[in-house]
Write a protein that binds this ligand. Structure first.
Ligand code: AHR
Length: 500
């Protein structure tokens, strides 16, 4: 029997927060060096940034970029990254057991982000540093002139303030792997006092308190409650970090990862309500899912990490360069559907990361072209089209049993409506059975659709590479019969339908 989908565009839900399509650049592995920045590359500009990577970043269509970490930020001295490049110190990066050259810092990155059309979301170090260093960075970045720090910025070549509005108060401070790891009370107090001084300096900023590193942390829940009690009235958002990986014996649960993200967001939302955590303006604190993706963490923890942390201190080593499959792309598309569905509580989100490090865009060491991973496509197609308001979708069709998330709809879907244009985003999570979809969206003048699925001759493990990108969107035939849209979704697919 077909999957019936209906939406009522007259009952829109939350406005689509365009910051939902954020991304993340960390000084980690080959994300910055040998990723976005590679002075020897044929396409590099005079500052060393690759034009081909920049073109793909623009094509991806992200809106925000979190920077410079991640775990890296918890040992970072921002001052190392400003001033004449030749005089910048080379440091050990204890977070990733690498050598940091500091050839990219605030100025270079902010200018690159500007060229890429990305709003910078700057993280401050609350691992080894505290209130004054965070306040100094804010004054350096945002104060117009006439003080030692703002004039130092101007001497370093930037007259106008950077005007950075979004700030993260540290990163994953609940994790024992974090440099400067803290208890919830220690972090909550530090975050509150840092927030207080930063707000005194620049009331226009928005602040993100660090929530748990993941839903499975033993302190999850208590951490959020404690941190929110300390920071209520001082922060605007609290973070959620969520990475999903495939158990090779249980792909069906992996494909239903959206259910786990949905539950995680729901639990954090309940805690915000329970604590009645408000922003300085009285609004409810938002949820910033500022790291999310598919990541093979088992391989990282068991195979790569022991090698990395006992080796030497390389500059820009290959770290967590996961090769994404079709299955991963369907999961990424489905996680985006969850984020849109939860747009009433999720104020922003960042796909972690942007280039090379668990990234939609890849480069190869030693030159060559930049290329798109499979996961590039659902992100680009959603970021491009999801505007206006979210509209809930009713799905009536086959259900799938999963060992980890119970029964879920085989087709996961959400819609957005902007004026007279509606987009429906669908993830088909069946591994083997196509489904006929019948979609009732009200009056339809025209409809078109694209689908991402297993390419001809491939299987669910097919990946893209520097040599070929077989996993790419293709057009999907839709017909309108008596006002009902009909099309066939192949198994393991993600699709976008545009209706006018
Ligand atoms: O994105 C990779 C790492 O994952 C980040 O540095 C850290 O915040 C998270 O644990």
């Amino acid at each position: 029997s077909p999957t019936r989908i209906s939406i009522d565009p007259r009952t829109p839900g939350a406005e689509v927060p365009r910051r939902l399509f954020g991304t993340f650049v960390e000084h980690m592995g080959r994300c910055v060096y040998d990723g976005i920045h590679s002075p020897g590359h044929a396409t590099a500009d005079e500052s060393g940034f690759r034009a081909d990577v920049l073109a793909l970043v623009r094509e991806l269509g992200a809106t925000v970029v979190r920077y410079p970490g991640g775990n890296f930020v918890s040992g970072y001295r921002w001052e190392d990254g400003v001033g004449p490049r030749a005089e910048r110190p080379v440091r050990l990066d204890a977070a990733w057991h690498s050598t940091e050259t500091n050839q990219v810092g605030l100025h270079e990155f902010a200018e690159w982000a500007d060229a890429a059309g990305l709003e910078v979301m700057e993280a401050v170090n609350l691992g080894t540093r505290g209130v004054v260093e965070a306040a100094d960075l804010l004054e350096y970045a945002n104060h117009p002139s006439g003080t030692a720090l703002s004039d130092r910025r101007r001497t370093n070549g930037r007259d106008d303030p950077f005007g950075i509005r979004l700030w993260c108060l540290g990163n994953e401070m609940d994790g024992p792997w974090q440099i400067g790891h803290k208890t919830a009370d220690e972090y909550g107090r530090l975050a509150a006092e840092t927030a207080r001084m930063m707000r005194f300096l620049d009331p226009a900023i928005e602040l993100v308190a660090a929530g748990s590193s993941n839903h499975e942390m033993p302190t999850f829940g208590d951490w959020e409650r404690t941190v929110l009690r300390h920071t209520a009235g001082l922060v605007d958002h609290i973070s959620v970090h969520a990475y999903y990986e495939q158990d090779p014996d249980d792909p069906q649960s992996f494909l239903a990862s959206g259910a786990a993200l949905d539950r995680y967001i729901g639990e954090v939302a309940d805690i915000i309500d329970e604590v009645d955590a408000r922003t300085p303006y009285g609004a409810r604190v938002g949820i910033s899912v500022d790291e999310w993706n598919v990541w093979n963490q088992t391989r990282w923890n068991e195979v790569d990490k022991p090698r990395v942390f006992t080796g030497d201190w390389p500059v820009a080593p290959r770290l967590i360069e996961d090769d994404y499959t079709v299955t991963d792309a369907v999961v990424v598309g489905s996680l985006l559907i969850t984020l849109l569905r939860r747009a009433d509580r999720v104020s922003m989100a960042n796909l972690a990361q942007l280039v090379n490090v668990i990234a939609p865009i890849r480069t190869e060491p030693g030159g060559g072209p930049a290329w798109r991973q499979t996961t590039f496509h659902p992100f680009r197609l959603t970021a491009e089209a999801a505007t206006g308001h979210v509209v809930p979708v009713e799905v009536d069709g086959a259900r799938i049993s999963t060992s980890r998330h119970g029964d879920v709809d085989a087709v996961d879907a959400i819609a957005t409506v902007d004026g007279d244009i509606a987009h429906v985003f669908l993830a088909h999570r069946s591994l083997d059975t196509p489904t006929e979809v019948a979609m009732d969206l009200g009056p339809v003048a025209s409809a078109e659709a694209v689908v991402l699925t297993v390419p001809e001759g491939g299987d669910r493990h097919t990946t893209n590479s520097a040599d070929a990108e077989p996993v790419a969107p293709a057009s999907l035939a839709v017909e309108v019969v008596d006002g009902i849209l009909r099309f066939t979704l192949p198994p393991l697919a993600w699709a976008r339908v545009r209706v006018q």
